[in-house]
Design a protein around this ligand. Structure first.
Ligand SMILES: Nc1ncnc2c1ncn2[C@@H]1O[C@H](COP(=O)(O)OP(=O)(O)OP(=O)(O)O)[C@@H](O)[C@H]1O
Ligand SMILES: [Mg+2]
Length: 384
């Protein structure tokens, strides 16, 4: 029997959140919702239980657009808190014109499905909402599930694709322009001498970017294979520093090292990559006359690596973001504008694959300090 259904708002659920006491509802395939009164009290409480355990939010609205019932998930999803909302107009309880419009359409017999974002804030919740005429009554049913996380992931993917496209398009158009100029000059030697090294530089930049992207994709899908062996981290640090020495000298930046032999069960190539990225960043942001210092500190149960510089530093608000893919604080702050913002996200993945953590500290204008801490088995903590 399709009933004088429903939704007497009495069952004792917290803070005005009430379940239909007697009805059982079966939602049809998108066209309408069918509600019946069950025969036995037992099935009634089972239905209450079912509603309570659902993670999708369910709200029923009467012909006047007032809320007749809702389950606990709906109260959470629509952030209703402890407000009593039964009997209130839907738009008052849930201030969304889009939801209101779609419920009115459902009341007029027209179902709909689609996402609704509640509010304009960047972290505004996004819900997948279905609105259906409630078969046999003049009311409507709203079914909502929280898709905020999914929506964010889709956004991240879109941002990622547009960042990659942008990063590749810039060098490609500059290569194109240079080749056109060479061709316009009939392969003139002077034009070749001028443009070939620059073309090579742009190709190197793109290769670097693609290698980084592959690396990152591997790390993020959990396929970063570590070739672990017992290594002396200080040795890896000093080798990396020695490779940077000519460049540091050219830039007028002093390189320093402090540390002692320190054993770690790790991948030597990956850890060298960590040092290379951190020292490269430090050098690129430190003006002439400044210094970059690396230290390796073995302690009981942990090994700490610190790379600090006396350069421009990182603004406080940017600190939490610098490990994100493609995050570049401000190109004009670096000595060159070549960074693509992938280095630190790769470093973070490598450090985490070794079970470690990385944090950045900075007093803006007075340098930056990047600290990695790796757990070390007790026996291995003693210096090599
Ligand atoms: N030592 C530092 N001093 C000041 N800013 C830094 C320092 N290290 C990193 N940053 C900031 O963090 C951003 C992200 O660093 P990251 O290494 O991920 O990218 P990148 O150096 O710009 O490019 P890539 O490493 O991919 O060539 C940099 O663009 C820079 O703005
Ligand atoms: Mg970098």
């Amino acid at each position: 029997m399709i009933a004088e259904v429903i939704l007497a708002a009495s069952a004792g659920v917290a803070a005005g959140v009430v379940f239909a006491r007697r009805p059982s509802a079966a939602v049809g395939n998108g066209e309408s919702a069918h509600v019946e009164t069950p025969g036995a009290e037992g099935s009634d409480s089972r239905f209450d239980q079912l509603l309570r355990s659902l993670t999708v939010g369910i709200v029923t609205v009467n012909a006047r657009g007032q809320i007749d019932s809702l389950n606990a998930a709906a109260a959470t999803i629509f952030e209703l808190g402890a407000r009593p909302v039964l009997g209130r107009a839907l738009i008052e309880a849930i201030p969304s014109f889009e939801l209101d419009r779609r419920v009115r359409e459902a009341l007029g017999g027209h179902p709909s499905r689609g996402r609704i974002t509640f509010g304009a804030a960047s972290d505004a919740p996004t819900l997948a909402v279905a609105t259906l005429p409630l078969d046999g009554t003049d009311g409507a049913l709203v079914i909502a599930s929280d898709e905020t996380r999914l929506f964010e992931l889709e956004q991240t993917r879109r941002d990622f694709i547009s960042s990659v496209s942008h990063e590749l398009r810039t060098p490609l158009s500059s290569i194109n322009l240079m080749i056109e100029t060479v061709l316009d000059n009939d392969g003139d030697q002077e034009a070749l001498d001028l443009f070939l090294p620059r073309i090579k530089q742009e190709v190197d930049r793109m290769t670097h970017l693609v290698v980084d992207l592959l690396e990152l994709a591997k790390a993020e899908s959990g396929r970063l294979r570590l070739r672990r062996e017992t290594i002396d981290v200080s040795k890896i640090a000093t080798t990396a520093l020695a490779n940077f020495e000519p460049r540091a000298e050219r830039l007028g930046v002093r390189l320093g090292f402090m540390g002692e032999a320190a054993r770690l069960d790790g991948d030597p190539d990956r850890l060298a990559q960590v040092f290379v990225n951190l020292i490269d960043n430090a050098l690129r942001h430190t003006p002439s006359g400044g210094s970059v210092d690396v230290s390796v500190v073995p302690q009981e149960g942990a090994l700490t690596i610190v790379v600090s510089d006396t350069g421009v530093g990182i603004p406080f608000n940017d600190l939490p973001h610098i490990f994100e893919r493609f995050y570049v604080v401000d190109r004009s702050r670096a000595r060159d504008a070549s960074g693509t913002g992938l280095g630190l996200s790769i470093v973070k993945q490598i450090v985490e694959a070794h079970g470690g953590t990385i944090v950045a500290d900075s007093v803006f204008g007075r340098g930056a300090t990047l600290t990695c801490v790796f757990p070390v088995a007790r026996a291995a903590a003693t210096p090599a």
